[in-house]
Design a protein around this ligand. Sequence first.
Ligand SMILES: Nc1ncnc2c1ncn2[C@@H]1O[C@H](COP(=O)(O)OP(=O)(O)OP(=O)(O)O)[C@@H](O)[C@H]1O
Ligand SMILES: [Mg+2]
Length: 260
Amino acid sequence: MAAGLSLHDVSLQFGGVKVLSGVSFDVEPGSILGLVGPNGAGKTSLFNCISGHYRPTGGSITIDDTEVVGSAPSKLARLGLSRTFQHPALRLNATVLDNVLLGGHTRLPGGPVSWALGLPSTARAERDLRGEALAMLEGAGLGWAAHLPADELSHGLHKGIELWRALLSRPSLLLLDEPAAGLSHGEVDQLIASVRQIRDEHDITVVIVEHHMGLISALTDRVVVLDHGSKLMEGTAAQAQADPRVIEAYLGKDAADDAA
Ligand SMILES: Nc1ncnc2c1ncn2[C@@H]1O[C@H](COP(=O)(O)OP(=O)(O)OP(=O)(O)O)[C@@H](O)[C@H]1O
Ligand SMILES: [Mg+2]
């Protein structure tokens, strides 16, 4: 079941520096929301607040009406949250398949002790998960890469591995931080198709941070624009791209005056 996400008055401060100020918005279950804004606007910091990596200084964040501020990332994973990172953290010596499998550990029965003991129930679940991860890679046309060390693959494929790894936990809420960064045109088109397919087949809510406006326009139902840690506006991608406040935030006041 796709999860709903609500942020109310979220603030984050490091020492005297305000990183987020009173950010509020809702994400409808099953929708794709784009979170955009210039470099340093606070997009990744907001993801870190949602995923439990940062604790907001104030405000509330709920996933399906459960307050999650103060929850550890592992608890949020059990609630159905999964994310990718702006800078992929892969185990480069491990195979592509083993990297993807890391995303499935929340679905294994028992805990680290039973995994270490190799109990039969755990071994069976692990085998099933491995089969599912392999099928996922094959479905994405990456079956040929499954048993190669991750460091033999391109940057584009590393981004792909992160996406499939995040999906193996069967999330109800997926946060993607700049999935298109550094990808070629062809790879971006493939990513757009993959995210559409994921949303349609997995009944999932997706929030995407991205500078690639083509991807944002193609994929999102709504966008939230952040600037200097505050919400500048919220609407469709077309409304955001035509909004003088957004043009000014990205390009400066002269560009906004020219566009008016
Ligand atoms: N742990 C931290 N300690 C101090 N300042 C931080 C920390 N994390 C983020 N910041 C600051 O918060 C601000 C927002 O950074 P953030 O990475 O969230 O921006 P962003 O919108 O993701 O930018 P980009 O598009 O470049 O990825 C920056 O000024 C950054 O230096
Ligand atoms: Mg960022």
